[in-house]
Design a protein around this ligand. Structure first.
Ligand SMILES: Nc1nc2c(ncn2[C@@H]2O[C@H](COP(=O)(O)OP(=O)(O)OP(=O)(O)O)[C@@H](O)[C@H]2O)c(=O)[nH]1
Ligand SMILES: [Mg+2]
Length: 341
């Protein structure tokens, strides 16, 4: 029987049979599957393929539920604790370096704690960190040292930073960590001291940018450095357009909105009656467009709220008011309470 070898970039089992399946290579002695090789050397990625199923989690395992600050609307939406109630769940809020320096992180933790309590989520700790920050990684190592668990899992939505943390803990320099959603295809395992670390494929989230746009386009829209909030004051009948992807109108007199998006994302302020013609001749006006749109509306109650735009970023707005959206069909958008000021 031939020996099974795995791609060192994404963990997929290497195979020479089917070029359109994951793990394809010309030669089983290669370190990387063809897809990882292309991603690494040409910055190019094939259509999204997402692995299924949660792993079997052993009793007593330490499960790091890794989330990006961009995905906080989904923080407690995967009831992983139901699959293994005897594991220890620690929520890692990663990529905090993306938030503006003025962000009140204590308030952020307070709000998340309240939310966990309200949703009756069992957890041991909530850790805020940036896996780009050496000091934060050292702190995480100390945390692991003091925790009596041999099996440590990194779980969470695609692009949260699981592989980045895995590489730092296990000193693995071959695994790939890029803004390609669903990059890790099968568990990557490594050791940190006497512990076994499992870097799991990302949990699938529908309606993220990878479903609508090719990798080379969507990677530019996902922020990778500290976000500078962009503030807009909108008069009656004015609207905001985000690329050719989302048009936002507000019913009310005067509204201030704050957008937290990559500087690469083009924002256009216009009048509400211009939305339709602009989207109809979209190619003339926008660099990034889609074929189909849908309409949605949100009633924002009193207080500060957050509208999260898939994995791209979010907007803060103060209610009460009604928001009407024309958006790329299928794009994931949620309305939640704002988690920081
Ligand atoms: N700014 C910032 N970027 C980060 C941080 N952690 C990871 N990234 C970037 O986020 C992208 C995704 O990181 P990965 O480690 O591949 O994410 P993942 O959770 O393993 O993703 P999947 O394998 O697709 O589930 C990469 O471009 C990383 O460089 C962080 O703390 N701050
Ligand atoms: Mg990964």
């Amino acid at each position: 029987m031939s020996k099974i070898t795995k791609c060192q970039g994404c963990g997929a089992i290497l195979q020479t049979e089917n070029q359109s399946h994951v793990g394809y290579v010309d030669d089983l002695s290669f370190d990387y599957c063809q897809a990882c090789f292309k991603l690494l050397h040409y910055g190019d990625a094939p259509a999204h393929f997402h692995p299924e199923d949660l792993p079997q989690l052993p009793e007593g395992a330490l499960i790091f539920m890794v989330s990006s600050v961009l995905h906080l609307d989904l923080l407690f939406s995967y009831p992983v604790h139901r699959y293994q109630p005897l594991a220890h769940f620690v929520y890692i809020i990663n990529q905090i370096d993306l938030l503006p320096a003025s962000t009140n992180l204590d308030l952020l933790v307070e709000k998340i704690t309240e939310k966990a309590k309200h949703m009756m989520i069992p957890y041991v700790d909530i850790i805020l960190m940036s896996s780009k920050n050496h000091y934060d990684l050292e702190q995480l190592k100390t945390y692991i040292d003091e925790f009596h668990a041999t099996h440590i899992y990194l779980l969470g939505v695609q692009n949260a930073g699981k592989t980045t943390i895995f590489k730092a803990l296990t000193e693995n320099n071959k695994a790939l960590a890029f803004k390609k959603a669903g990059l890790t295809q099968e568990a990557l395992t490594g050791t940190y001291k006497d512990k076994i670390i499992y870097d799991m494929p990302g949990l699938y989230q529908a309606g993220y940018l990878h479903q609508l746009l090719p990798y080379k386009t969507y990677k530019k829209l996902i922020p990778d450095q500290r976000i500078k909030p962009r503030v807009y004051q909108l008069k009656k009948n004015q609207a905001i357009m985000i690329e050719g992807l989302i048009a936002i109108s507000f019913l009310g007199d005067l509204t201030n909105v704050v957008l937290y998006l990559s500087p690469e994302v083009h924002i256009h302020k216009t009048n509400q009656d211009r939305i339709k013609p602009l989207l109809e001749s979209k190619e003339e006006h926008f660099k990034i467009t889609v074929e189909n749109y849908e309409e949605k509306s949100f009633k924002v109650t009193k207080g500060k709220h957050q509208l999260t735009f898939a994995d791209m970023g979010f907007m803060h707005v103060t209610g009460p008011l009604t928001i009407k959206l024309t958006l790329a069909k299928g794009l994931h958008i949620t309305l939640t309470e704002a988690l920081f000021q």
